[in-house]
Design a protein. Structure first.
Length: 259
């Protein structure tokens, strides 16, 4: 009887904890601007009765793994093609529920100020994850530096014309700003460029257009898409307050709203 009573107490405790957790939304974020945007959403969620907790990540793999394993309610750091590729590669069951903003990919350099200054054999560093790698190469192709085969996830091996004989170094996205002292130029994600003190609208030699399909999204487990917490999160990140913040604070830096 004593064991049964103890078991009932534990069951009630676990149930109470689960109810409490239903009101806590834990979101994994990478640095600027994801964390800043979520901080704008935080008081809006509080008005809906939810507490927002943010967990910082510095890479593009662990936020999805932590979400899939149930350590997060949602994450906010990636665009849709990256999510689709991760789902396929890691057999994850994650889904995006809201587009928030677009971070244009840009080409940066400490050694040149225009594409015309690129010389034969110069080296360009690019992200090493499949989607951003292809995205970076397509940006260079659009500006006439290389020609690529058709296909979604192209790599440097798919270059069919390279008039200047440019060399490419693939590295983790977060490391790219540090390579600017060693390479001629680097294609860098806006958040990491901004972290390194660069302003995309001012410092990028070339940058993706505003019609880029790579919107950054809120991602959740497929099973949680219709939960009250996720619906409240979507409402908050697509709110007029968040849009105003993006327009006033982020658009001058090259980041645009996607809703």
């Amino acid at each position: 009887m004593k064991k049964l009573f103890l078991g009932l107490i534990l069951l009630v405790c676990f149930a109470s904890q689960a109810v409490a957790n239903d009101k806590t939304i834990v979101v994994g974020v990478t640095p600027f601007p994801h964390k800043e945007i979520m901080l704008i959403a935080k008081p809006l969620l509080e008005k809906e009765g939810f507490t927002l907790e943010l967990k910082d990540f510095s890479d593009y793999v662990q936020p999805n793994m932590a979400l899939a394993e149930g350590h997060l309610t949602a994450n906010f750091f990636q665009h849709i093609p990256y999510l689709e590729n991760m789902n396929k590669e890691r057999n994850l069951k994650l889904a995006w529920v809201a587009k928030v903003h677009i971070e244009p990919l840009g080409l940066y350099s400490k050694k040149i100020k225009s594409l015309e200054e690129l010389k034969a054999g110069d080296t360009i560093s690019v992200p090493n994850d499949p989607t951003n790698n292809a995205r970076a190469l397509r940006l260079l192709e659009k500006h006439g530096l290389i020609t690529l085969k058709e296909g979604a996830l192209v790599t440097a091996r798919d270059i069919i014309d390279n008039p200047k004989g440019l060399k490419f170094v693939e590295l983790e996205a977060a490391q790219l700003p540090r390579t600017l002292v060693d390479v001629t130029a680097a294609v860098i994600n806006t958040n990491f460029a901004t972290e390194a003190g660069m302003i995309p609208s001012r410092d990028a030699i070339v940058i993706e257009a505003e019609d880029s399909p790579f919107a950054n999204v809120i991602v959740v487990r497929e099973a949680d898409k219709d939960s009250p917490a996720i619906k409240a999160l979507v409402k908050a990140v697509n709110s007029p307050e968040v849009k105003e913040y993006i327009l006033k604070e982020l658009e001058p830096k090259g980041i645009v709203a996607a809703f």
